[in-house]
Ligand binder design. Structure first.
Ligand code: SF4
Length: 377
């Protein structure tokens, strides 16, 4: 197949659904977590769940970088703009995530703070170049997909000796989060959310390759199928996972062969290795502190590290008590379990991070009206 429409073909989807129906074993249940928000979005948008047999349940995972950013990190970025008077640049969704005291970067901007919406790390660099009298901080978030452009921006800033540019680094690592989910008592423990396998990330895997998932496929005996973000990709991945479960295999398989290799993108990985190093620990919304799950800027590039430059101190802040984002991000609950869903909390007025990004489970459910009982089972 060559064109994107072909990966959304209804006839092929029904044929795949038939194969899955024939592959599932009578009396057996299959629960697969799609790690990425991109998959959650595709499943909701194209009604993939409705095509799957009753015995197959898709569980939403934490793979939406906006959703897992804890409130304390947003508070840090707000303080940079409001207390230190710097120009904060970040992606659009990040601006709408609720911070402490029902504020947000968007509300702070409306009140006069210099907070700018950008499309790429290169935009932040340009803003720094064009405003030499201002201190510009790129509030960088995202998984392995967005990390290489941030590394490039830092290297470029060094090459240009751009003294008014720095990065507040909040880049995250996917494999550590999947390990955390499997070790979480609520997920693994006496089977609150038993998982039989994972639909592995698409874009992230283009960068890191499929090899990093091999450890926990073997260690935790859970199959992983890396899949693209189109509906047929997801359905093919489900079929491959069902077969692995039936055959008692726990392997890493790659459905997204048109973009992902075992080794990944060597140039992108080298850039990241040049600029970043592992953090000992990082708090994720929903998962708590996850060891070695995020990156920080290496001391060699310390002058571009906003945490050093502005003495940023991270403080953990509890989520809104009524918001179930934490449990949703662990796969322990679904959006319909939240009393605020679709009433108090909507994409126009998000109370939690999962309603902000289109990749968030709550936003996907709300946008495409997927409220079926089976998804919450
Ligand atoms: S519906 Fe809103 S408040 Fe409820 S879990 Fe989702 S984001 Fe949080």
């Amino acid at each position: 197949m060559k064109f994107v429409d072909e990966f959304r073909d209804g006839g092929l989807a029904r044929a795949l659904a038939g194969k899955i129906e024939r592959a599932v074993e009578p009396g057996r249940r299959y629960r697969f977590m799609e790690f990425c928000g991109g998959h959650t979005h595709a499943i909701s948008r194209y009604g993939v769940t409705e095509l799957l047999p009753e015995s197959v349940t898709m569980v939403h995972g934490p793979g939406c970088p906006v959703c897992v950013l804890p409130i304390g990190r947003i508070d840090n970025a707000l303080a940079l703009a409001l207390e230190q008077g710097v120009t904060v640049c970040t992606y659009a969704d990040t601006m709408r995530v609720p911070a402490s005291g029902r504020t947000s970067l968007m509300k702070a901007r409306a009140a006069g703070a210099d907070i700018r919406m950008i499309y790429s790390a290169a935009d932040a660099l340009r803003i720094a170049r064009e405003n030499p009298a201002k201190d510009v901080v790129f509030f960088a978030i995202g998984f392995e997909t967005t990390t290489p452009p941030t590394a490039l921006a830092i290297l470029e800033a060094e090459r240009e000796s751009l003294a008014n540019f720095s990065v507040f680094c909040n880049h995250l690592l996917t494999p550590a989060a999947i390990s955390s989910i499997l070790e979480s008592p609520q997920v693994r423990g006496i089977g609150t959310v038993p998982l039989d396998g994972f639909v592995g990330p698409a874009h992230v895997s283009c960068v890191i390759g499929s090899a990093p998932y091999e450890y926990f496929a073997a260690e935790y005996a859970k199959p992983v199928v890396i899949a693209g973000f189109e509906p047929l990709d997801v359905m093919q991945a489900v079929l491959m996972l069902v077969k692995q479960v039936n055959e008692g295999r726990s392997e890493v398989e790659n459905e997204f062969v048109r973009a992902v290799t075992r080794e990944g993108n060597a140039k992108a990985k080298a850039l990241v290795a040049e600029v970043f190093t592992l953090r000992r620990s990082f708090e994720w919304r929903g998962l708590g502190e996850v060891p070695y799950s995020a990156l920080r800027i290496k001391p060699r590039y310390g002058r571009f590290d906003a945490e050093q430059r502005y003495g940023i101190v991270y403080r953990s802040v509890a989520d809104n008590k009524a918001c179930e984002c934490g449990a949703i991000l662990r796969g322990a609950k679904s959006p319909r379990d939240c009393k605020l869903f679709g009433t108090v909390c909507t994409p126009e007025n998000p109370m939690g991070s999962c309603m902000v990004s289109s990749e968030g489970a709550c936003a996907a459910w709300y946008t495409y009206g997927r409220f079926r009982d089976r998804e919450a089972a």
